[in-house]
Design a protein around this ligand. Structure first.
Ligand code: PLP
Length: 432
């Protein structure tokens, strides 16, 4: 397929919001994908180690999903209804979700995105408690809509026109740059105590909810000790709040061990928000809630034109089945452990790698100019991103200062993929 990159860049410049920027100095045109691989318009192959944008869970164009889509199209299955009609697709997906959801979470509402899922978790928590205030974390990312941008703790993503109504922020559980100057494994979880402090000092003493990602994604894979979330959960409960786990990046087993990363903390949240890898690239999100929370919405009507659409719902249900049948949570753990060891070995050879963190197939490296001063190596990370592309590897970038390399390959990568990923990273570090 021929492309006209210059022309498309002109169109991007002239016809799109200026907030939309492609990765890479010389933007990449992608035309084909299969499993962990994507191809550009010159048929150059790349290992996709960011998995779309943390959205490819079971691999690009998984054959089973492709087959189902074909069958649906061939069978003239209704392409779009709304949830005003019954189709069986969203009902089947709800059953699948109830099976994998922890504790008594089981009532769900399907959306088109993670932002909408979070909007709904927040609104339902407010309705269920009769309170307004939401406690979020600095360095968090929860979406691009009004309320979710208010929840974000990242100046990069905020705009002037965005009043953070009834939202307060606690300090980030960022061990590498601890805001309390404590050391991981040798602290009193001052960051968890800050949630209490924020509630006591900035609210009326009651909150609607606390929202957090088990591992902060856009924030640069900030991965606090798992006990952090249990401690915060207990604090949140003592103030009558609901606990919302934003699993848009960490869900569907990406962190290894469990379907949802929050489970590793021994916490059963009141809400889980999902999207990204949930649909393996299909635009579907979900808010899953405890029965008593969802039932607090009784008496009003709610509508979402595309939420639970047959094609998207089918793909998400297949994702859950594939993850189970192909034992992908275990694969995320096994390949993730192997990769993390490899990253730690790279850190020994390349002092620019200040920190290696994350779990399962959600791994990050924070680049610094000097491991002692920890000055963020933002320009170097931008250069590194371009070098990896040159070496046939797609990775992600994140962190407040843009100095964190993010790795989130599909959950079904092989050992050979993981080895290739590490050797391409090494080659790119050698060129930096
Ligand atoms: C943790 C988290 N929550 C919510 C969102 C918003 O999801 P969406 O872009 O699908 O609205 C994102 C997107 O990156 C995310 O990473």
């Amino acid at each position: 397929m021929g492309t006209n990159k210059e022309n498309w860049m002109e169109i991007r410049k002239n016809l799109f919001f200026p907030t939309l920027t492609p990765y890479y100095t010389d933007p990449l045109v992608l035309v084909k994908a299969s499993g962990s691989r994507v191809w550009d318009d010159s048929n150059v192959e790349y290992l996709d180690a960011i998995g779309g944008i943390v959205s490819i869970s079971v691999g690009h164009n998984h054959p089973r999903i492709v087959k189902k889509i074909r069958e649906m199209l061939d069978g003239n299955v209704i392409q779009h209804t709304t949830h005003l009609y019954l189709t069986g697709y969203m009902e089947r997906l709800a059953q699948r979700l109830a099976e994998v959801a922890p504790g008594d979470l089981g009532k769900c509402f399907f959306t088109n995105s993670g932002s909408e899922a979070n909007e709904l978790s927040v609104m339902t928590a407010r309705v269920a408690t009769g309170e307004q205030t939401i406690v979020a974390l600095r360095h968090a990312y929860h979406g691009g809509t009004g309320t979710t941008l208010g929840l974000c703790g990242h100046g990069t993503w905020k705009f002037r026109a965005q009043p953070p109504a009834s939202i307060v922020h606690a300090l980030e559980p960022y061990c590498y740059r601890c805001p309390f100057k404590a050391t991981r494994g040798n602290c009193d979880f001052e960051c968890a105590a800050d949630v209490k402090n924020v509630i006591e000092t900035t609210t009326n003493g009651k909150i609607a909810a606390f929202i957090a990602e088990p591992i902060q994604g856009v924030g640069g894979f900030i991965d606090p000790p798992v006990e952090y979330h249990k401690r915060v959960f207990d604090i949140v409960k003592s103030f009558g709040g609901k606990y919302i786990s934003d699993e848009v990046q960490t869900g569907v087993g990406r962190a290894g061990k469990h379907f949802f990363a929050i489970e590793e903390s021994g916490v059963v949240p009141d809400f889980i928000s999902m999207a990204k890898g949930f649909g393996n690239g299909a635009p579907i999100g979900a808010c899953i809630a405890k029965k008593e929370c969802a039932d607090a919405m009784t008496g009003k009507l709610q509508f979402n034109t595309f939420g639970g659409d047959p094609y998207q719902a089918m793909q998400a249900a297949e994702v859950i089945d594939i993850i189970k049948e192909e034992n992908l949570i275990n694969n995320a753990k096994v390949q993730g452990d192997f990769l993390k060891e490899g990253l730690l070995a790279l850190q020994k050879d390349f002092p620019i790698i200040g920190d290696v963190r994350g779990r399962g197939l959600l791994l990050g490296m924070e680049l610094v100019k000097d491991p002692k001063t920890k000055v963020p190596a933002s320009d170097e990370n931008a250069k590194f991103l371009n070098l990896t592309r040159q070496n046939g590897l797609l990775i992600g970038k994140g962190g407040l200062k843009g100095n964190v390399t993010r790795l989130t390959p599909p959950l079904n990568i092989t050992r050979a993929d993981a080895q290739e990923l590490l050797s391409k990273l090494r080659k790119s570090f050698e060129m930096i």
